[in-house]
Ligand binder design. Structure first.
Ligand code: DON
Length: 311
């Protein structure tokens, strides 16, 4: 097998063939202004090393990738009580679909679709006076990046156009599954989605999921324990089944790793016992997942065999 830097360089060289096969998200106006032809990839390994290629140090809008970290925060504070308010089944529907909420009494299918993430943000809005700082604090600690922030222009742009998310919040409130004012929760949700990180930072920040719930320091020694091993296993299971929305089956078939995607074009994937991967390229397919990032992950698992053992 080639070395990891050689594999990453070879993936990078094959990315231009994917340019133009997707389009940047434009339903959030500020996201439409991003230069589409960018690509970055970072792999953080359990020995503390981080391998990068392309635009891996360029910050991008995390969007739905933050749903992974807010879910972890909620799991830590609520434990299993969380499952009274959100399910853990794949939705098979678009990330922003409203249709299942009506037949399922305002209980979203899982914490990664928009409706489920809004419930999680509602729970965290009750728990934290300043949710943006709770989330940024966690991400700054995990990535060793004290200057991480959320982008005010992106948050404002999303907040001004968040009609569908607002509708879902009110609908869930009508079923008693929303405790705070939808306006307040939407403010928090739009700030959360506007958080920016680079692939290198994101790969570092998610390594605890590949390490049984425990973070690693830069030298690879044990760091903060975020989750017990059983909880980390369950988060990975949810990522595998629900992390790519209505493309989760296709992603599991092609890549076979726990994953979480976002409409900023980013993806984070975990290889339990090995490390974590962050990829970013802004052009999306019709289901809201990055075309080039998906291709890059497929190339990486093909070249390394990751995910074929032990999962
Ligand atoms: O709420 C939204 O629609 C966006 N802030 C996030 C959606 C998203 O990233 C879905 N991912 N593919």
């Amino acid at each position: 097998m080639n070395s990891l830097p050689e594999i990453l360089a070879s993936i990078h060289a094959r990315i231009p063939r994917y340019w133009g096969q997707g389009a940047v998200a434009n339903y959030i106006p500020a996201l439409a202004q991003v230069n589409p032809r960018q690509f970055g990839m970072a792999v953080a390994l359990l020995d503390g090393s981080v391998h990068t290629v392309g635009d891996a140090h360029v910050p991008f809008s995390l969007q739905s990738i933050t749903k992974l970290f807010t879910f972890v925060l909620a799991l830590r504070s609520e434990g299993d009580a969380l499952w009274q308010r959100v399910g853990r089944e794949p939705s098979g529907a678009a990330f922003n679909s409203i249709v299942q909420l009506e037949t399922e009494s305002g209980i979203p299918r899982n914490p990664f679709i928009n409706a489920g993430a809004l419930v999680i943000t509602d729970i965290l809005t009750t728990r934290y006076a300043h949710l943006d700082y709770a989330l940024l604090g966690l991400l700054r600690r995990l990535s060793d990046a004290p200057d991480l922030h959320w982008n005010p222009q992106v948050a404002k742009s999303e907040r001004e156009t968040a009609h569908r998310n607002m509708a879902m919040a009110y609908f869930m409130k009508s079923h008693g599954n929303f405790h705070n004012e939808p306006e307040l929760v939407l403010d928090n949700y739009c700030r959360q989605c506007a958080t920016e990180m680079s692939c290198a930072q994101l790969a570092r920040a998610s390594i605890f999921l590949a390490n049984g719930g425990q973070d690693l320091t830069h030298s690879g020694t044990p760091g903060e324990r975020l989750l017990q091993p059983e909880a980390a296993r369950r988060v990975n299971a949810l990522m595998l089944t629900c992390g790519a929305y209505d493309a989760a089956g296709d992603f599991a078939y092609r890549i076979g790793l726990p994953i979480k995607t976002g409409v900023g074009g980013g993806m984070v994937a975990t290889v339990p016992g090995v490390g974590s991967i962050a990829v970013w390229s802004p052009e999306l397919d019709a289901k809201g997942n990055s075309v080039a990032a998906r291709a890059a992950l497929e190339m990486l698992v093909d070249a390394t065999g990751w995910g074929t053992k032990g999962l």
